[in-house]
Design a protein around this ligand. Structure first.
Ligand SMILES: C[S@@+](CC[C@H](N)C(=O)[O-])C[C@H]1O[C@@H](n2cnc3c(N)ncnc32)[C@H](O)[C@@H]1O
Length: 291
């Protein structure tokens, strides 16, 4: 699953890449914003398919080395900011032809135990993608049992949120790493099906620590002010909370008469992609364009 690039970082296998490329259909001279640079899979495909320019950002400082390589390889056509995508308005000086977001964490973030995203290995309870004010451990310590339960319910849609929050607070002194945390959650939820019982709580903490939904709402609202006429916005989301925000925003924008849907229904991964990249299982691609 993991390959390496020139920067010796594990490579993230881009999801729905062909579909994103087809919908965005970059043109020579076009300028596109890649708000979730990651391993650079989308940026590279765009830069290779037309003589276009990319302005990219990522909140994770560990992708800066990859971005530096891009700057050298695509001289004058690639600009990178180590920033959150919610700053889009201050990052762009002129309107762009397209904006693309591939939300959530990358494989190299997930698979690095020192980042604390995974319940499969013992790591620090961190979960920051970068440029965060607090870690997941801060959240467990700082927030009351009631607030913690609400976070787990709201961002993880976890029905056992109250029981989980109570047990986390009761056992706080014994929670030293992600494995300890996952085991406490598993005891509260019990085994059900193939999905690990800690999945929803880990998702909730990650979304909360990174303020992922606020980030998404902010960039969507600001993106319409930095698009050229006919400009496109494409978003790949990975869970229902994100997808709902994107779907409702696109619907609202189309109702103004200034935008139209590029995707009547969300595009999902092909059988071929599903069989080679399990992360694509939950991916949904939606897009709109300015009339
Ligand atoms: C799924 S990966 C993107 C992979 C990329 N499309 C590729 O093909 O290699 C998501 C990336 O977005 C970044 N990210 C997530 N939320 C962000 C935000 N609000 N601002 C900037 N970067 C963000 C993460 O740090 C991660 O590197």
């Amino acid at each position: 699953m993991q390959e390496h690039n020139d920067s010796d970082m594990p490579i993230h296998r881009s999801v729905l890449l062909r579909e994103v490329l087809e919908l965005l259909s970059p043109v020579d001279g076009g300028v596109y914003f890649d708000g979730t640079f990651g391993g650079g899979g989308y940026s590279r495909a765009l830069l290779e398919s037309a003589n276009c320019s990319i302005i990219a950002c990522d909140r994770d400082d560990r992708v800066v080395a990859i971005a530096d390589d891009f700057g050298k390889k695509y001289l004058g056509r690639f600009t990178f900011f180590h920033e959150k995508f919610s700053s889009i308005k201050s990052l762009l000086q002129d309107p762009v032809d397209g904006i693309v977001l591939d939300l959530g964490v990358s494989n190299f973030q997930l698979s690095d135990p020192t980042r604390g995203f995974s319940f499969r290995a013992a790591g620090p309870i961190d979960m920051s993608m970068g440029l965060c004010d607090e870690t997941a451990m801060d959240v467990l310590r700082k927030y009351s049992e009631n607030d913690l339960a609400n976070i787990i319910y709201k961002f993880g849609e976890e029905h056992f949120s109250r029981r989980i929050a109570k047990n986390i607070k009761l056992n706080l002194k014994n929670i030293h790493n992600t494995e300890d945390l996952a085991n406490i959650i598993r005891k509260c939820v019990g085994k059900k099906g193939k999905i690990d019982a800690a999945t929803k709580t880990f998702q909730a903490l990650r979304i909360f620590v990174n303020r992922e939904l606020e980030e998404l709402e902010k960039i969507l609202a600001d993106s319409i002010d930095v698009l050229k006429p006919s400009g496109k916005i494409l978003v790949v989301s990975f869970h229902s909370l994100e997808d709902r925000i994107v779907k409702l925003f696109f619907r609202e924008m189309c109702a103004t008469g200034r935008f139209a849907l590029l995707t009547k229904k969300p595009i999902i991964a092909s059988e071929e992609e599903l069989s080679s990249n399990s992360k694509s299982r939950s991916a949904k691609l939606r897009g709109i364009y300015m009339l």
